[in-house]
Design a protein around this ligand. Structure first.
Ligand code: FDA
Length: 305
């Protein structure tokens, strides 16, 4: 039953018709429980509220797989405006972005020009940028762009997924930059040629990556809702006396809210990933596919009016 529900939401996530229609509907079906707003301006009160509760934020303008140079430039300008707005509003927020929204699939010069513009604005306003990791066919290209830009910008980090066999090598290779990395399990459907299929293997690899990156002395963002990973991190930082300014926890907005607040109260740095934008439909469906229990959002959202 759970597999059927997951498949249904994964299928619905890919519907172009529903995705286009959703842009006109506004946030529906309880999507506002996991998406910050249809525009950055609408997400500002939420970010302020989270900050007041002791939670840091990273915002992500929803929308990926841009195939037109013009749209990638619009996305770039939107990101630059968001950086200025974060500064103007005095928010405790970073930015997460997907390279396919900035032209990764179009042209190398286009993506590096776009990202450079964003990085210059981010450096000017002292805002950290994380490049999200997409599916494995884009992993090497993403890491190449990261390394190219990281040479000039310290305020740039990226993501490593523990389900990929290559990730241990990647963490080792990237160590030369002493990068700030977000470590996650991985969210895309990948083949057994490139990725661990068993949850235990993915979990064990995430633990290895967390330990290696922390003991290499690098800033580590542990992005997981899993108590096992959170407790493991707490144990490692205690055992090896890792300073509190060398790591943080990250979770998605709307997921394990109580745990987020508890971690912040315990004195840990806790960052909430807040997506926003009118392209909310696919993200929302993927969250439902990942955890069908979240379907209660939908039901409550439907019967609210
Ligand atoms: P997992 O799904 O393995 O669940 C393990 C256990 O945790 C569950 O059995 C349950 O006990 C508990 N749990 C999980 N979710 C819960 C919930 N909502 N409520 C209560 N308990 C829950 N992926 C990617 O490929 N590229 C990326 O760039 C990113 N970026 C990113 C940023 C941030 C801030 C986060 C939190 C995640 C990502 N991800 C990602 C997604 C990531 O790869 C992964 O798919 C999800 O976080 C799910 O894996 P978890 O480790 O959270 O737990």
């Amino acid at each position: 039953m759970e597999a059927m529900t997951k498949n249904l939401f994964s299928y619905l996530a890919k519907s172009n018709v529903l995705n286009q229609a959703a842009k006109k509907w506004g946030l529906q079906f309880g999507a506002n429980k996991v998406v910050g707003g249809e525009t950055f301006a609408k997400a500002v009160p939420l970010i302020r509220q989270l900050n007041k509760q002791g939670l840091s934020v990273t915002v992500d303008h929803l929308g990926e797989f841009v195939s037109s140079a013009e749209i990638s430039k619009e996305r770039t300008q939107e990101c630059v405006q968001t950086i200025k707005r974060i500064n103007h509003e005095g928010l405790d927020s970073q930015i997460s972005l997907k390279l396919t929204s900035l032209g990764l699939d179009i042209d190398h010069d286009l993506i590096t020009d776009n990202l450079t513009q964003i990085m210059e604005a981010a450096r000017h306003y002292d805002i950290f940028i994380t490049i999200d990791m997409e599916d494995t066919s884009r992993c090497q290209a993403t890491l190449d762009i990261f390394e190219e830009l990281r040479a000039n910008f310290d305020n740039l980090g990226t993501v490593i997924q523990s389900y990929l066999y290559r990730s241990e090598d990647d963490v080792r290779d990237l160590n030369k930059h002493h990068p700030n990395l977000r470590l996650v399990k991985g969210a895309y459907k990948e083949s057994s040629k490139v990725a661990y299929k068993e949850k235990d293997d993915v979990d064990e690899n995430l633990k290895r990556l967390i330990k290696t990156h922390l003991l290499n002395g690098n800033y580590t963002a542990v992005a997981s809702h899993d108590d096992v990973m959170i407790n493991y991190t707490k144990q490692i930082v205690k055992e090896y006396k890792i300073p509190s300014n060398q790591f943080e926890f990250q979770m998605l907005y709307g997921m394990r809210t109580q745990t987020q607040l508890e971690l912040a109260k315990e004195g840990y740095k806790m960052r909430v990933y807040v997506p926003y934008g009118d392209d909310w439909y696919g993200y929302f469906m993927r969250r439902l596919a990942e955890r069908p229990e979240n379907i209660s959002f939908v039901l409550k959202g439907m019967f609210k009016h």
